[in-house]
Design a protein around this ligand. Sequence first.
Ligand code: HEC
Ligand code: HEC
Length: 372
Amino acid sequence: MENSVTRKEFLLKTSKAAVGATAIAGLSSLITTASTKANAKVTPWPWPYTQLDPEAVRIQAHYLYWNDKDCCSGTFGGITSALVTALGDPWTNLPLEIMLYGRGGGNAWGVLCGCLNGAAALISLVTTKAQSGPLISELWGWYTQAELPTDQGNQVAINGQYLVHNYDQELLQNISGSPLCHASVTEWCIAANKKVSDMERKERCARITGDVAVKTVEILNAFFAGTFTSTYTDPATVTACLSCHGSAVFNNVMTKMNCEPCHGNPHGASSVAEIGGSAASFKLSQNYPNPFNPSTKIQFSLPQTEKVKLEIYDIQGNLVKSLVDYDLYQAGNYEVMWDGKDNHGRQVSSGIYFAKMHAGKFAQTKKMNLVK
Ligand code: HEC
Ligand code: HEC
């Protein structure tokens, strides 16, 4: 704790610096003034919360989105505005613009959905660290599984009840399965056949700003009324993957995000089986069936223990799928199934593909034909 500086020490140091620079006497009176000013309005954390009307917060969050505050300051400010009205200090002195950086998933990096970021910041302001975890997971988990914008988010538009009327019709709903802005926005754009710059996409995010603010207020209202119970549970795949990669075993993965949209199941359908018999030489056999649809099997042989890489490339030479990724195999014959999916779990299109095997200095390629 050597580096930690108490508020008093900090004030002393900064005051001394100021004194040194201007060479003015009266050090003690300066310190007193500085301390008094800083201490005058300190509200201990967590800050006060009071029961809020979720639907009023929705309208305000949607309004803020369209008034240059975007998604992250939208959820955050939608709620703090209501707290300013209900409680005044300390909320009065907190600029909602503090959360502007979170727009577009963090300065348009598409990482964490800004609505979720702003809402979680608010939760962290009004609850202790231990309390905030389950509340944030409830909110973020809900978001990954909800049809967004919600029915109510659409209905408020159809009823003409938002304060900003850029687009008051129903919007396509989708479940993104992810807290990532990038996944949520992109999947919606594709499903709705819209561009990121389209009015409808922006209105979608404005409605989701309202939806997330509402959900946050519902969670906090319940929490402070003593009626909150968490309902979100990790998807089965996350639990399964973390049974090895999580803290109990390898301890090399820390996420609650569903692994499969990004990784597929690297140990699943394409796992390698030993098929018996002795192997006289290195060999990559022709896949069978070939042509194939949708899956095919590839056999390889190793006369000695070797690190093996077996990958599928498309005709442009792009890596499509890693079937064996530099894993160590003993001498023998092996078979691996390729299910016609790429590393992202997407079914690939018809065409010529190449299976490339490397084992030590050995390399061989086979041409395969996927016909649909
Ligand atoms: C039975 C234990 C186990 C389970 C369950 C498991 N893994 Fe693994 N995983 C491993 C082992 C062992 C490795 C290799 C470790 C190494 O290379 O450091 C590995 C490696 C990986 C790798 C990196 C290398 C590669 O082969 O692509 C990824 C990515 C991965 N696992 C993702 C997942 C996902 C996603 C799930 C759930 C669908 C999952 N794992 C479930 C044991 C497991
Ligand atoms: C949003 C996409 C995403 C999600 C969700 C995700 N990962 Fe990853 N993961 C990555 C990226 C990107 C890397 C680094 C690049 C790489 O090696 O693939 C990575 C790396 C890894 C690695 C090391 C890879 C290697 O080659 O050694 C493992 C193991 C892994 N992730 C397991 C998991 C597990 C288990 C889950 C679910 C609990 C998960 N990941 C969720 C994107 C994701």
